[in-house]
Design a protein around this ligand. Structure first.
Ligand code: HEC
Ligand code: HEC
Length: 152
């Protein structure tokens, strides 16, 4: 092996290792685990405050799963029990003062309408997420579509 081959190869290897790191730092995007080498522990996440109870959050487009405007701490969902349905099911929504799950949640993927919530909609927090006081990781200039935007 020639000397220049060894020098060349090691330059390429170090470029492969360091350039992505430098690029990530320059782009202003900080990874959730901080600028840390892979074999280091990730940055400690800061404490977040969950939004407790607020009014429904405006939707940005018609097909959006509405965001959850209340805490979901301790709300279990398993094979036998679904805490969300104790307030959001058609049987319970009135008493709870909650929005009832929509009709779409009763259709399976072949569009058969079922008598009960479709299995694919059972795990609510696959699509509906509670909120914390976190800043967006990257700038976002998305604006809601006009059809559902409130007049200002
Ligand atoms: C103790 C009753 C209760 C439980 C349990 C509950 N919710 Fe709610 N939820 C409410 C109420 C009340 C509202 C607010 C309705 C309003 O103000 O119009 C709400 C609002 C929501 C909304 C917003 C609806 C909209 O139209 O914007 C979503 C989504 C939601 N809940 C999802 C969930 C999910 C998912 C779970 C389980 C992890 C859950 N909720 C558990 C009572 C409950
Ligand atoms: C696969 C994704 C998905 C799952 C799982 C899911 N939802 Fe939804 N949900 C949506 C979408 C999308 C919408 C808005 C469009 C619509 O109504 O279908 C919605 C709408 C809603 C609404 C508002 C209805 C209205 O009339 O405005 C409520 C309340 C809700 N979901 C509760 C739940 C609860 C409770 C569960 C669990 C039992 C659940 N969802 C599971 C996607 C999902």
């Amino acid at each position: 092996m020639t000397k220049s081959f060894i020098v060349g190869t090691s330059l390429i290897i170090s470029a492969l290792i360091y350039v992505p790191q430098i690029m990530a730092q320059d782009s202003g995007i900080v990874s959730l685990r901080g600028h840390k080498a892979l074999d280091e522990d990730s940055a400690k996440p800061g404490m977040r405050k969950w939004v407790k109870d607020s009014d429904p959050i405006e939707r940005d487009y018609v097909q959006q799963p509405p965001l959850i405007p209340h805490t979901t701490k301790g709300y279990k969902i398993n094979k036998k029990f679904n805490k969300c349905l104790t307030c959001h099911s058609w049987a319970n929504y009135k008493e709870a003062g909650a929005t009832k799950i929509s009709q779409t949640h009763f259709s399976d993927r072949e569009n058969n309408v079922l008598a009960n919530i479709a299995p694919r909609r059972y795990f609510c927090n696959q699509c509906h997420v509670p909120q914390v006081n976190a800043k967006p990781l990257v700038e976002n200039t998305f604006r809601p579509i006009k059809a559902i935007k409130h007049r200002e």
